[in-house]
Design a protein around this ligand. Structure first.
Ligand code: GLU
Length: 460
């Protein structure tokens, strides 16, 4: 007769084998999709203890199913530039998983967008959305269109052309896109207008991140940045710390960064640096938010403009150098893989206490290991930046009920959501023997809900 220990060991071995086999298939089937493979690896490594404890997920072959998008759309986007020339870009939408709700996730307009990038983002979104506690599935999309330097007319013509294809595949109960890098309220507004025209109906809930005048939610703009800080506040509390008096470095200077800086500053931190794709600014007195908003939100200019108004601040070309600035809390809010192992080691050597991911997958797998092995508080993206999509779900609720909520109501619900995500991730990590590892905790907590919903709906 097998002892309990032996049985457990066999289950663990089976789970490891299963994960290894499916991962090999993922690598074969998606050979050149490095970002997607990276995102899958991070999740799979976390799931071994769950699969060992609940063999039903192996019996139902959940992993092989969950890594295959339900649908991946790729389409031509032709548009006419200001010189009358026809330009062609590639559009994507990945409808990854609808087990717990309609596909939900942003659209990214950036020259780096490929099928691999959209798939890694869509895969992450499945678990992130599940963690919010809201009934939303996982999706993502975008285009390799570069909005940098484009006129308003060009942006409008591009987004209209993009929507002329996409509208057939989305809907308030089908798939609900939103913004991401390069897509804000202006772009969502143009896309909403085009959808309305083609559909012949004012379906406010088809897109989120809309301007407040066209059915958008108050506090959606602030949500991702605020949410990341609320999440990290809980992590800091677990070690008797707070943002008060801490030196913080935030990469990026888009929507997520600006509102992470705003909330961290409000909580008493000094945010000394932020960046864009050209370089970073270091202001040891603390970033002046009015100037930053004027440059980035109103002016859409480069961050280097900052030193013109604040000559004591320093501008350095090449944004990646930002991680050499000593800080207590680092909030990577720019883009994927912006922190590699060398930057992670530098942060650790300079005494960083906590790292919270406002961007999607900003740390490489090696960087994550560096943080965890050095006992740094690490808030993984799926959990730490889920505030944006959580408020998108609140926007959908307001659109369905036709009742708008106040800023305070949305902010309070966001705060509560971030606390819940933190607690659920902590609990899952502890339950499966990985206390303090929120990478594992968030992946497990996000996975179980989706996997159970998939099983409940049969093999579809
Ligand atoms: N793009 C954001 C994210 O990465 C928000 C998605 C949404 O609001 O649907 O979660």
């Amino acid at each position: 007769m097998m002892t309990l220990e032996k049985t457990k060991h066999t289950h663990l071995q089976k789970a490891e084998e299963y994960v290894r086999d499916v991962f090999e298939t993922v690598k074969e089937r998606n050979a050149h999709e490095t970002e997607f493979i990276q995102a899958v690896k991070e999740v799979f490594d976390s799931l071994v203890p769950v699969l060992a404890k609940h063999p039903k997920y192996i019996e139902q072959n959940i992993l092989e199913r969950i890594v295959e998008p339900e649908r991946l759309l790729s389409f031509r986007v032709s548009w006419v530039d200001d010189h009358g020339k026809v330009q062609v870009n590639r559009g994507y939408r990945v409808q990854f998983n609808s087990a717990i709700g309609p596909y939900k996730g942003g659209l990214r307009f950036h020259p780096t967008v490929t099928a691999s990038v959209v798939k890694f983002l869509g895969f992450e979104q499945i678990f992130k959305n599940s963690l919010t506690g809201q009934p939303i599935g996982g999706g993502k999309g975008g285009s390799d269109f570069d909005p940098k330097g484009k006129s308003d007319g060009e942006i409008m013509r591009f987004t209209q052309s993009f929507m002329t294809e996409l509208w057939k595949h989305i809907g308030p109960d089908v798939d609900v896109p939103a913004g991401d890098i390069g897509v804000g309220a202006r772009e969502i507004g143009y896309m909403f207008g085009q959808y309305k025209k083609l559909k012949g109906a004012y379906e406010a809930g088809v897109l989120t991140g809309k301007g407040v005048g066209v059915g958008g939610s108050l506090a959606r703009t602030e949500a991702t940045g605020y949410g990341t800080v609320y999440f990290m506040e809980e992590m800091l509390k677990s070690r008797g710390l707070s943002f008060d008096g801490q030196t913080v470095v935030v990469s990026g200077s888009g929507n997520v960064s600006i509102y992470a800086i705003e909330k961290a500053t409000e909580l008493g931190a000094t945010v000394v640096a932020c960046s864009d794709s050209d370089g970073y600014i270091y202001d040891k007195e603390g970033i002046n938010l009015d100037t930053l908003k004027k440059i980035k939100e109103a002016g859409n200019e480069r961050i280097s403009e900052y030193v013109k108004e604040h000559p004591h601040a320093e501008y350095t070309e090449d944004g990646s150098g930002i991680w050499s600035i000593p800080c207590d809390v680092a909030l990577p809010c720019a883009t994927q893989n912006e922190i590699g192992e060398p930057s992670a080691k530098l942060l650790v050597a300079n005494g960083v206490k906590a790292v919270g991911e406002g961007a999607n997958m900003p740390s490489t797998l090696e960087a994550i290991d560096t943080f965890l092995n050095n006992d740094i508080l690490f808030g993984p993206a799926k959990a730490a930046n889920a505030g944006g999509v959580a408020v998108s779900a609140f926007e959908m609720a307001q659109n369905s009920s036709r009742v708008p909520w106040t800023f305070e109501e949305v902010d309070a619900k966001l705060h509560e959501t971030m606390k819940n995500i933190y607690q659920n991730s902590v609990n899952a990590a502890e339950e499966y023997g990985f206390a303090n590892n929120l990478v594992v905790g968030a992946n497990i907590a996000g996975f179980i809900k989706v996997a159970d919903a998939m099983i409940a709906q049969g093999v579809i």
